[in-house]
Write a protein that binds this ligand. Sequence first.
Ligand SMILES: Nc1ncnc2c1ncn2[C@@H]1O[C@H](COP(=O)(O)OP(=O)(O)OP(=O)(O)O)[C@@H](O)[C@H]1O
Ligand code: NI
Length: 239
Amino acid sequence: MLRVEDLSVAFRQHDGRLTRPLAGVSLTVASGDCAGLIGGSGAGKSLIAEALTGTLPRNAELSGRIGVSGRIALAPQAVTALDPLARAGTQIARMARLAGRRADPAALMARLGLPEAALRAYPHELSGGMAKRVLIATALATGAGTLIADEPTLGLDPGAADRIMALLAGLAAEGTGVLIISHDLPRLVATTTRVTVLREGRPVETVPAAAFPEGLTHPFTRALWDAQTWTATEWAEAC
Ligand SMILES: Nc1ncnc2c1ncn2[C@@H]1O[C@H](COP(=O)(O)OP(=O)(O)OP(=O)(O)O)[C@@H](O)[C@H]1O
Ligand code: NI
């Protein structure tokens, strides 16, 4: 169970001034729930993930209330989060050990659709999409009750992206609380129960997935949806 109220992140600049790229964000992810978070580039999505997992940059100031029961694991957005000097399988086993568990790296890799040879690969030997899936495997290895996946389908082909979204939905069905951060609104809507929309670091609304698209009332959310789902013909007709 994860409950966030009025989350805000500020940065102290070199000149002493404070910028606040995130403010007023509230969201809840219950056990067995699969929730989504969307917003444009730089909207503050990854800051939320980092704030909730204690991985914010050191010059960040966090405020608000965060309530968690159990452990939260983050599959970070950037594949540079992988240790460049350790093989994939070693990193998965290491994350499990840090969480006080034993992992079966081969089984986790198979679950993510990765070939067994990837177990012995170093990060630079993996494609972007494979590295992304190794990051998700390291998060799964912790057995955390809440999982945050930051852009889990970035750099993946449509088939692999669908598999990862199905895997995350499956984890939720087994009782994990899952928060998926993504640019891919149609996939997010198909996978989650509701989507929180963020615009320039401020919350717009939280919409039930079932409201897409007919039930949308906020123009910003509608514009996000239209931008990702309209065909070229529809655009031509509207212009
Ligand atoms: N270390 C930092 N110092 C100052 N400002 C920062 C720092 N890190 C992030 N920010 C600010 O926070 C904003 C939000 O960044 P964040 O990475 O959370 O966006 P995002 O929604 O995840 O974007 P994307 O979709 O591109 O991943 C950025 O626009 C940036 O201005
Ligand atoms: Ni991000």
